[in-house]
Design a protein around this ligand. Structure first.
Ligand SMILES: NC(=O)c1ccc[n+]([C@@H]2O[C@H](COP(=O)([O-])OP(=O)(O)OC[C@H]3O[C@@H](n4cnc5c(N)ncnc54)[C@H](O)[C@@H]3O)[C@@H](O)[C@H]2O)c1
Length: 419
């Protein structure tokens, strides 16, 4: 197959590389020249295990080629960003312009697969509508399908092969054709349905997790009033064979869980997605909860230095998109604190980053916002050579409070109302 993958980010690049490794001639297309340049020079910019070597090998063999615009192919796969706008409605501009870019080379018999996470009905309405406008019948001339990704950053190459997938075509033929293409590298089961159900399934998976985390966060908020440690309570409750409560924290970030519920909320009548809206509210309130707790411990924040450890939305990845750390940073700064941030993984940070030493130097309080392994291993003895105040607030429950308290630190753990 000649396959054209549009968008070479977290999802598009591994997809293009896996297709190229498994018998297809792939053209990877990205409108950002910096992405292409970096791939040409360094093979893969991301820290994904195995990705650099895989991309280097398929670029070397010529099975993956790179370009700034699409060329005639048998299959086009759209892996484009689908962020939310400021008003929390879906931004489909990237998908629309990526789709527009292939219309000039699209021909009878081609297939278009949308991988981007989108509101239900996008393939059947937006994509099919554009194909129709170009003069094709989207149920006969062109096969259209939606094939979402479920991979987790940090383990993409393994999960892209191992996980079960859902795929939905506009027609049964399109669904089968999508399954047949991906079967060259997907070892998990591929479940077929219609395009709108597949779009909904992808959103439901992440919304389920958002609601579950909101539940955990609500329990964490109650913990101080009840005098319990929420981490202990959840751990014991999860020993029940049919209970699986997720982990509380300073909020929910990333490009998926913090975004996808809005795609459902926006797609249905007002008031119908109440649970999803409430979960979003609870999770979005957590940075405020964290900052209030710190304020109540430190009093007025003005003139105080806070060392913010972690800008990525989760541990051991470099993705700061929608990260609650950014809200925490803004709220602390708005309260008058001098905030200095550190993150060992984030390369392009929306806030200025410093070395760990600079960040801790003369800090009145240290706040762990991301569960990077490096932060679990900080020793209080090392930190206290740098800081001014021995106050640490762990919003991820990664440090051993007994060790830190033993070294003379005041330790706050999010959701610990016991100590
Ligand atoms: N990152 C994840 O872990 C993950 C997981 C599952 C699903 N998704 C979904 O996959 C989709 C892609 O996400 P991502 O994280 O790979 O995005 P990304 O921002 O990492 O990459 C998108 C790439 O598309 C390029 N691009 C933008 N417009 C273009 C155009 N018109 N033509 C060609 N290239 C263009 C950008 O330059 C960028 O390199 C999103 O809908 C996302 O929700 C992401």
């Amino acid at each position: 197959m000649k396959v054209c993958v549009i968008g070479l980010g977290y999802i598009g690049l591994p997809t293009a590389a896996m297709l190229a490794k498994n018998g297809n001639k792939v053209l990877g297309v990205d409108v950002n020249p910096a992405v292409l340049k970096s791939l040409q020079e360094n093979a893969a910019p991301s820290e994904e295990p195995g990705l650099h070597d895989l991309v280097a090998s398929v670029l070397g063999s010529g099975d993956l080629k790179l370009a700034g615009s699409p060329e005639p192919s048998d299959v086009f796969i759209l892996c484009l960003p689908t962020p939310i706008k400021k008003d929390r409605t879906p931004d489909l501009d990237y998908v629309e312009s990526g789709m527009a870019s292939i219309l000039g080379v699209l021909k009878n018999g081609d297939m278009v697969i949308l991988e981007s996470t989108v509101p239900p009905g996008t393939t059947a309405r937006l994509i099919a509508g554009m194909v129709k406008k170009k003069g094709f019948d989207p149920t006969k001339d062109i096969d259209l399908a939606f094939a979402p990704e479920r991979v987790i950053p940090g383990n993409i190459l393994k999960e892209i092969q191992d996980l079960d997938r859902v795929m939905g075509g506009l027609t049964a033929r399109a669904s089968e054709r999508a399954r047949s293409l991906y079967s060259c590298f997907v070892k998990g089961q591929i479940y077929l349905t219609d395009a709108t159900t597949a779009e909904f399934v992808k959103l439901v998976e992440n919304s389920y997790r958002d609601v579950n985390i909101a539940f955990a966060n609500e329990l964490a908020k109650m913990a101080p009033e009840l005098g319990i440690n929420v981490w202990e309570a959840i751990q014991i409750a999860n020993r029940h064979p049919r209970v699986n409560i997720h982990t509380p924290g300073p909020g929910v970030g990333g490009h998926c869980i913090a975004v996808d519920p809005y795609f459902i909320i926006d797609s249905v009548s007002p008031g119908l997605a109440r649970l999803l809206s409430t979960a979003r509210e609870v999770n979005s309130s957590m940075p405020g909860v964290v900052v209030s707790r710190l304020k109540s411990e430190m009093g007025d924040l003005s003139g105080k230095k806070v060392a913010l450890l972690g800008i990525a939305y989760k541990g051991n990845v470099g993705d700061p998109r929608e990260s609650p750390s950014l809200d925490i940073f803004r709220l602390l700064a708005a309260g008058g604190a001098a905030v200095m941030a550190h993150d060992p993984f984030v390369k392009a940070s929306p806030v200025e980053l410093h070395t760990l030493e600079e960040t801790l130097q003369d800090a009145d309080a240290t706040l762990i916002a991301t569960n990077h392994t490096a932060y679990c291993n900080i020793r209080p003895g090392d930190a206290q050579k740098l800081v001014r105040g021995r106050l640490i607030f762990d919003t991820r429950n990664v440090i051993d409070p007994a060790v830190w308290r033993g070294a003379g630190w005041k330790v706050l753990i999010l959701g610990d109302g016991k100590s």
